[in-house]
Design a protein around this ligand. Structure first.
Ligand code: SER
Length: 318
């Protein structure tokens, strides 16, 4: 990949992925777009306001910049999706279909994230296999499974170079997630620094897979650079690095922030979603087919998150 376009670049993944891709491939070779005007994205390379549902405007940009790789990061997350399911389908699938068609017409490779949300209550819960039952009960998950299938279809039917990973909950100190079931694992660090107390919306005993953002970004780059002849799977790879419950992360934060306290005010929608998702994923295929290997675990991630958020606080940014 040499000429990259990112849609949804202002989101939790996009804001950091744009910076990483620009550092690797050069600022001018990474075109960031978002439906909102995000000034910071224009500081290090080209930026355009783009509604990814506007296929003509989207295709025009791809042609103008002679793009060869698209990162489709447009999506409403799981908890928001349950409030406005029709809209979630329209946005998540609309952006994907435009991306697939433009990739087909213009010969681009296409990365679209899938998620642990693609699994459901009938999926084996522990060490969830790469190829298994996928019957999600959220609109977000339904969109993700659809996305995996249609992306594989575009690969086999039209030869489009579609690739994807199933992201766990992503934890980062830069851009906040919004409307996800796993957001608590980011919020806990902010509240620990700001007030020393966190009220958790997810029950204490629910395991979910999580990942520190640097590992997630590295996965995007590594998969898109992988030798296509080695890829048996495409849409989408299980990747994993850590799995914990609210109680486990609370104890980790307590070790680092003396006096930290946590209580619970359960959000029934988030509880139902969290309980329908796997406890942990088996990522053997990603390790074997393109060398996936995470660097961060719960302990090292927690130390780094708190350090970065404390720095933000010292600068008056939070
Ligand atoms: N972080 C997402 C969510 O909670 C899952 O991919 O919706």
């Amino acid at each position: 990949m040499k000429r990259i376009l990112i849609i949804g670049a202002g989101g939790q993944i996009g804001s950091e992925l744009t910076a990483l891709l620009r550092s690797i491939y050069g600022g001018d070779n990474v075109v960031a777009t978002d439906m909102r005007d995000v000034e910071s994205l224009a500081e290090t390379g080209p930026f355009h306001v783009l509604n990814a549902l506007d296929a003509q405007a989207y295709a025009d940009l791809v042609k103008k910049y002679k793009i060869d790789t698209i990162f489709n990061l447009v999506a409403l997350l799981s908890a928001t999706g349950e409030k406005i399911p029709q809209k979630a389908w329209e946005i998540n699938i609309g952006a994907l279909m435009n991306s697939l068609e433009i990739a087909r017409e213009c010969g681009c490779a296409l990365f679209t994230p899938s998620s642990i949300g693609a699994f459901g209550p009938s999926t084996p819960k522990d060490k969830t296999p790469q190829d298994t039952i996928m019957r999600p009960t959220t609109i977000y998950g339904v969109c993700k499974v659809t996305g995996e299938l249609i992306s594989d279809y575009y690969h086999t039917r039209f030869g489009v170079d579609t690739r994807s990973v199933r992201f766990p909950g992503l934890i980062s100190s830069l851009t906040l997630p919004g409307g996800g079931t796993t957001d608590y694992a980011v919020e806990i660090f902010y509240e620990a620094v700001k007030t020393g107390h966190f009220t958790c919306p997810v029950p204490s005993d629910v395991y979910m897979d999580m990942m520190y953002m640097p590992d997630a970004l590295h996965a995007c780059v590594q998969l898109m650079e992988a030798d296509p002849d080695k890829l048996i799977h495409r849409n989408s790879f299980n990747i994993a690095s850590m799995s914990f419950t609210p109680e486990i992360i609370c104890n980790e934060v307590k070790k680092l922030v003396p006096g930290f306290t946590m209580d619970y005010q359960i959000d029934p929608v988030k509880e139902a979603i969290a309980r329908s998702w796997p406890n942990s994923l088996d990522d053997t295929c990603a390790r074997e087919e393109w060398g996936w290997k995470p660097k961060w675990d719960l302990q090292s991630m927690s130390v780094d998150m708190l350090k970065k958020i404390q720095e933000k606080k010292a600068k008056g940014l939070i």
